[in-house]
Design a protein around this ligand. Structure first.
Ligand code: KIV
Ligand code: ZN
Length: 387
């Protein structure tokens, strides 16, 4: 089956950094960008060059260093923003400009205080202006999912006619439902004049916990690029989570007829690094990278896993760079799991000794929630008389 390559556009260092408390220094940005490069991200959006001198220099430095990755300069549809983004990205081996302006009436009325005609004129003029400097232009109509569809289409057609090459459709406030978003992307691809000359991208926020589902719906509807952040960090409830999206594609690639170029063995390290630097704890039950994502406490599950991991796991944690031995031993653990772990710890026990260790293990597990390898080794060592 021929699989479509889905470009992964990472905006951890721009939209992700907008998460309250997540802001990092320019030096940390460069360190994280290197890791994103190792991960195999197709396009990195490293910041908002006009926002500060430090941000500008970090983007510039990332462009100079990461010559194997396409780098995106971010700008409002404003000349000053575009000039800074063009300047900051000029040393990139491959670059694009990402220009955005709101398209919904509520944003036009209260945020921009502009009419539809004024916003269309800004789109036309600023894309034409940016196109003199950079070939690859990504255009985002902010709050697209709450916009009047006829106006949105007119705006997208304007963007294409001035040279936009990628149309990114943001669900800025995480309002869309998956079937609805998929159908929306399909209608835009079919209804916007010139849509066959450009690529479509989706940028989903997670206010209803649907960012990954909506992004997958966009892929099914023909989007070639998905915008993500590591750990899904970002404004409010965040963005589409990189780990979750990539592993959904990887695990269900036949159903989605799609694939990415991400090196999944780097997912765990990348996620820890972002969490540490951006002071953003990872929820224990976070899919893929959370502490419990591959932990199995129930005796029945542990027993099944020891016979064949596919009984209760749909992904191989080791392939994701996650340390082995994530089976938690606790009061729900069975004799088989204890026997297996003791063998891994290299402590020889006969059947009688194993029974005794199991009894003592259960007593300990009743007192405390879990039993660590060190504690189990101490119990087994005492019974075997090796400590
Ligand atoms: O959420 C959003 O609308 C954005 C755009 C600027 C792409 O971040
Ligand atoms: Zn966003």
């Amino acid at each position: 089956m021929n699989k479509r390559h889905i470009q992964i556009f990472d905006t951890t260092l721009r939209d992700g950094e907008q998460a309250p408390g997540a802001s990092i220094t320019p030096e940390q940005k460069i360190v994280l960008a290197r890791q994103l490069g190792r991960l195999g991200i197709d396009v990195i959006e490293p910041g908002f060059p006009v926002s500060s001198q430090g941000e500008f220099e970090a983007v510039q430095q990332i462009c100079r260093e990461l010559q194997h990755v396409e780098i995106c300069g971010f700008a409002r549809a404003v000349k000053g923003d575009i000039d800074r983004a063009v300047e900051a990205t000029k040393d990139a081996a491959r670059r694009r400009l990402h220009i955005f302006i709101s398209s919904s009436d509520i944003h036009l009325q209260y945020q921009l205080r502009k009419t539809r005609d004024e916003v269309l004129a800004m789109t036309r003029e600023k894309i034409a202006y940016a196109k003199q400097f950079v070939d690859e232009i990504e255009f985002s109509p902010m709050d697209a999912t709450r916009s009047d569809e006829a106006f949105l289409m007119e705006m997208l057609e304007t963007a294409i006619s001035e040279g936009a090459t990628i149309l990114n459709i943001p669900d800025t406030v995480g309002y869309a439902l998956p079937e609805e978003f998929g159908a929306f992307i399909r209608r835009l691809r079919e209804g916007v004049r010139g849509a066959d000359r450009v690529r479509f991208s989706a940028h989903c926020h997670n206010d209803l916990g649907l960012a990954v589902a909506n992004s997958l719906a966009a892929i099914r509807a023909g989007a070639d690029q998905i915008e993500v952040t590591v750990g899904g960090i970002g404004e409010r409830a965040g963005n589409c989570s990189l780990e979750e999206l990539v592993m959904a594609i990887e695990t269900r690639k036949e159903a989605l007829e799609a694939e990415t170029r991400i090196d999944v063995s780097q997912l765990y390290d990348t996620s820890r690094m972002v969490s540490r630097m951006m002071h953003f704890p990872i929820a224990h039950n976070k899919p893929i990278v959370g502490r419990n994502a591959f932990q199995h406490e129930a005796g029945i599950h542990q027993d099944g896993l020891l016979k064949n991991r596919n009984t209760y796991e749909i992904m191989d944690p080791e392939a994701l760079g996650i340390p082995r031995n994530m089976i938690v031993l606790g009061k729900h653990s069975g004799r088989h799991a204890i026997k297996h772990r003791i063998a891994e710890l290299g402590i020889p026990l006969d059947e009688g000794q194993l029974n005794e260790v199991y009894e003592r293990f259960k007593e300990t597990a009743d007192r405390q929630k879990t039993v660590s390898d060190t504690e189990l080794a101490a119990i087994a060592g005492t019974v075997a008389d090796v400590v």
